[in-house]
Structure formats: structure tokens, C-alpha cells
Design a protein around this ligand. Structure first.
Ligand code: ADP
Length: 260
């Protein structure tokens, strides 16, 4: 079975400040289809802070408030996932990680054993940063970095980032009409990593740079990343189920492609 990590950002999961139930349903439906196509799927989901804000609108400028919002929102988010997965008769589970888990081999081994056990038993792990005690997601990059670590250390060949943007372009498509999609990226130049962070939503903290950093990390480990739209799941479905690369960007080292 091929293991794949799907990462979904806050922007996809929320609409007008609340969790977008229809989009969550489409995402869960995609996961069910991927499982039928023999993938083992691990989901990395943001959205806890936004979910918390729907209950208690604390000022999100303070880190402590964002941590409190994550604590309020995480169970709400999981409840919604659970109800949605129930609809498909699939069990899901919550795994909260902090970045320092990846600093110790023993911790990695334990976490991987738990993830493996969930997957062997047909359960979908839903991973999020444990924001109330570790603020990596709240400060850097909306889970892009965490999901790259999850893909590498839990041995998934591919990370799929479902974003508000449908691909990586030669320049920001929200600012330049003539931006062109890059279908395959085999190397990331240092100047691309220095581009300004440009998150597109008041809850998002990432922007394209954190996605490029995630891709760079995975390519160096001989793994791949696919960036596609989370609003319209056609391209990701086509890439993973039909194995036809229509839209989206594949980040993949050339040598790795050649050895396939
Ligand atoms: P998400 O919330 O889905 O994680 P972000 O909003 O944080 O995504 O980051 C994606 C945004 O990055 C896009 O909406 C786009 O405006 C911006 N961006 C900047 N440069 C580029 C580029 N070269 N290609 C694609 N998107 C870019």
C-alpha cells in the first residue's frame, strides 16, 4: 500500500469564519476514495484556532489567545471530522504532535508505531500540532512544516498540500495576471525561499514560502510533494486515483523521477 499524507489548510476548512462543512465532506469523501484506490491516508489538518474563534472571539493577535482558541477549537474540529467520517463508516482518530517529537529517534519510533497501528486497523489518523503547548504552527507556517516531517518520518512517499492556490506559479498569481503554472519543480532556488510570506487569509500563517520549504525538505529526502487546490479536488483526484497529472505542481527531484 502506498502511504500518502494530505495536509489541509485553514483557508480551505473555513468560510466566513466558520468550518466549511461541505468542503470537509468533500475532503473526507476524497480520503475514502483514496483508501479504495489502495492508499494509506494520513490527514494533517489545521483549523483548530478558526473553530475556537466561532465559540469565543478572542483577539487572535496574542499567541496566548491563539493557544486558548486552539484548545477550544481542536475538540470541535475533531467532532466534525468524526461525524463526517461516521457517514462513510470510517473511524478517524486524533494525533496531536509537537515539533520536538521529531528531535528524538525514540519519540519518532513510538509515534510511528501508533500511526502504523491505526493505519493497519483501517483508522484515519488526523494529525495537528499540539498548539496549546507548542506554538510552531501558530508562529511558523500553518502545518506545512509539520506535514513535511510527518511525511518523512512516518514514511510516506508523497505529501499532498491542499491549498487556496491550485499550483505553484512563476510569480504570485493573485498579484500578476500573467503568472504561469509550474507543473513539475525539480529544484528550488534560494531566492524563491526568500520571497515575502503572503498568507491569503487572516487565520493562515503560511504563504507559499513555507510550502516551498516543505517541498525542499522532502525532495532532499528523496520524497515528493504535490501542491493542488483544496477548493476543487479534481486535480488531486486525477493525480492520485487516475495517476494523470493535469493541474497542480509536483515537486520531485529529477534523479528520483528517472529511477521510477
Ligand atoms: P493555505 O492557507 O492554503 O495554506 P496560503 O494562503 O498560506 O495557503 O499560501 C498560498 C498563497 O501564496 C496563494 O494564495 C498566493 O497568493 C501566494 N503566493 C505567493 N507567491 C506564489 C506563487 N509563486 N505561486 C503560488 N502562490 C503564491
Amino acid at each position: 500500500m502506498e502511504r500518502v499524507v494530505l495536509k489541509v489548510g485553514t483557508h480551505i476548512l473555513t468560510e466566513n469564519g466558520v468550518i466549511a462543512k461541505r468542503r470537509m465532506l468533500a475532503l473526507v469523501d476524497l480520503i475514502v476514495q483514496l483508501r479504495e484506490a489502495s492508499y494509506e491516508v494520513v490527514l494533517v489538518s489545521s483549523g483548530a484556532v478558526a473553530a475556537g474563534y466561532t465559540k469565543l472571539p478572542l483577539d487572535r493577535k496574542s499567541v496566548a489567545n491563539r493557544q486558548a482558541l486552539a484548545a477550544i477549537g481542536q475538540p470541535l474540529l475533531l467532532k466534525m471530522y468524526q461525524e463526517t467520517f461516521d457517514f462513510f463508516d470510517v473511524i478517524c482518530s486524533q494525533v496531536l504532535l509537537s515539533a520536538d517529537v521529531f528531535g528524538f529517534q525514540e519519540h519518532i519510533d513510538h509515534a510511528k508505531a501508533a500511526i502504523d497501528t491505526l493505519l493497519i486497523n483501517g483508522v484515519v489518523p488526523i494529525i495537528n500540532e499540539n498548539d496549546t503547548v507548542s506554538i510552531e504552527e501558530l508562529v511558523f507556517g500553518d502545518n506545512d512544516r509539520l506535514s513535511a516531517h510527518v511525511a518523512h518520518y512516518f514514511d510516506a512517499k508523497l505529501l499532498v498540500i491542499l491549498s487556496d492556490i491550485d499550483a505553484y506559479y512563476d510569480k504570485d498569481p493573485h498579484r500578476y495576471e500573467d503568472a504561469k503554472r509550474r507543473a513539475v519543480v525539480t529544484a528550488i532556488l534560494p531566492q524563491e525561499l526568500e520571497a515575502e510570506h503572503s498568507p491569503n487569509n487572516p487565520f493562515a500563517t503560511g504563504g507559499i514560502v513555507t510550502k516551498l520549504l516543505a517541498a525542499d525538505f522532502l525532495m532532499k529526502q528523496g520524497r515528493e510533494m504535490f501542491l493542488a487546490s483544496g477548493f476543487d479536488l479534481f486535480d488531486v483526484k486525477s493525480f492520485l486515483v487516475e495517476r494523470v497529472h493535469r493541474g497542480g505542481t509536483l515537486f520531485c527531484k529529477k534523479s528520483y523521477l528517472a529511477s521510477e
